[in-house]
Design a protein around this ligand. Sequence first.
Ligand SMILES: [Zn+2]
Length: 662
Amino acid sequence: MKPQSFYITTPIYYVNDLPHLGHAYTTVACDAMARYKRMRGYDVYFLTGTDEHGQKIERKATAEGFTPQAYVDKVAASFADLWKLLDISNDRFIRTTDADHVAVVQKVFEQLYAKGDIYKGSYEGWYCTPDEAFFPETQLVDGKCPDCGREVEWTQEEAYFFRLSKYAQPLLEHIKAHPEFIQPVSRRNEMIKFIEGGLDDLCVSRTTFSWGVPVTFAPGHVAYVWIDALTNYITAAGYLDDPEKFARYWPADVHVMGKEIVRFHSVIWPALLMSLGLPLPGQVFGHGWWTVEGEKMSKSRGNVIKPEEYAAEFGVDAVRYFMLREVPFGQDGDFSRMNFIYRVNADLANDLGNLLSRATAMINKFTDGRVPTPQPLDEQVEADRLLPTLADEVMDRAADAFDKLAFQDGLAEVFRLVGAANKYIDDVAPWSLAKTDEGRVRLSTVLYNIAETVRVSAVLLAPVITTGCRELWRQLGLDISPLEAGWEAARWGGLEPGTEVRRGDPVYPRYDAKAEAQRRAAAQAVTAAPSASPELAPAPAAAPADVAPPSEEQITIDDFAKVDLRVATVVEAEPVKGSEKLMKIQVDLGWERRQIVAGIAKHYSPADLVGKQIVVVANLKPAKLRGEVSNGMLLAASTTGEPMVLATLTPDKPISNGSKVK
Ligand SMILES: [Zn+2]
């Protein structure tokens, strides 16, 4: 049987700018998806490339002293270089200046014209002669050219138009009949509204510049944006020169892009395809945007994130992992250096890296460096069957998530397994089993389970951590990459007893989050000097009867700054035995997990707390309460009345664990 095909694309990136975080995000996401599908046995075609024509490029090239071709060659190369660095496995890097693409654009123009869907009309607007550019009324500055400030003239230009209006109804019908066509669903609703508002015909040729694909039947005209850019997806699939390939890959399964260009892909592109009589792509997926440290990313702010710099400092896996793990794909997110370090430390260095090093160290110590043979399943104690069961469940759920481009969910699933394995080691304490004969029988099972969990996790993470997955396997004594082994290699039990492990360096180094936090705090203290103006403080009103009286003592900002308040998520909660009041909770602080004991058991059940984000004092000296270590304190408001009302403090929207509260 022929393997099922899977065709995935990034947009072609416009070469008026060097690649940045936004481009890398789309491309890494598509790469993870392409690799995942290949691991599942699909015949994958993964396309990315560059959009190289237009007046803007022509001008930019001239301004920088290049011919347009030399300019686009230079910028296209910088994209290709970044993809190589980020371990992107695209099957082709298409450029709109490629000869086969130019031929497709010309052919499509002719086909649409022959069909009567392209007609000659005139393009009208305010025209700046020295700039050779049209500007809409709304862009004019004091009625003059926004670029050079000179007078503009109302001008008509002969141009060809595509009958987009004709396709409004068929498009609406298609979108309504195929709920999966535009994702996420919020984008779908926007598009429906947009089309229902009516569609204007689309200008598809220009005569005011020459850096474009010439229209064969209309000398002086070059193809304008849409037909040139969007048809790259069929060029690469072999529309004109490879019918067999075209039958194999077209229609594309998913076009992935930033949300700002969903409209072009879900309105103009399907209308062009309908006119050409070609089937429509399965899905158009618009992902969200990144802010940087809470601010819009822009050149003028000087906060543009260069993926290559992060890759050089933290490694390619860390960059790929952070982007896909930090934010649900489809939503906006914030790129923060501190959260980057927390995330990479917590998941890759601590949870995953630590599990591997515990596994290989114990196998070296207790079973001669060889993977031991586990007991038959029916002789195992129940606790030892937890990981095998969970691993199979996680494998299925991670696949479901990846199939939907829900990378964050899929990765979280895998780390649920990794976390369970670390907890299993803490609970079972394998080193104590080694002391008795009976214990040693079970020890083999325990060590097998731990090593096998690492092996399975490396397979499930392989689409994202493309380098480290191989090293994880290598240290387990396996000589191929999980990417080659395929998704089914994640089935439990694949690790052969007797395999010799190779203890090595940590796969993921741990970064000094504390030093980074101190450096940043120092930088912030300089920019945000406190202004003390007590006369502006409101006069105290009479306090309600059931609250504590206000404090008489004033503190300085420095006093307050000593308290390190952080957001944390409650991951586990249970009442402290023998106490009515105390609850023992495990919290995830971003860079670590820790236990806190709090007097909230009368007010909250464990189920109320798990998954909730709270605020904790992170630098409180540890204390013991009823024999339990409390490493920090959670913040809660409470009344003095009887019965006392108590409410924990929680951020009003989800925010990264470890975020500072001030
Ligand atoms: Zn001008």
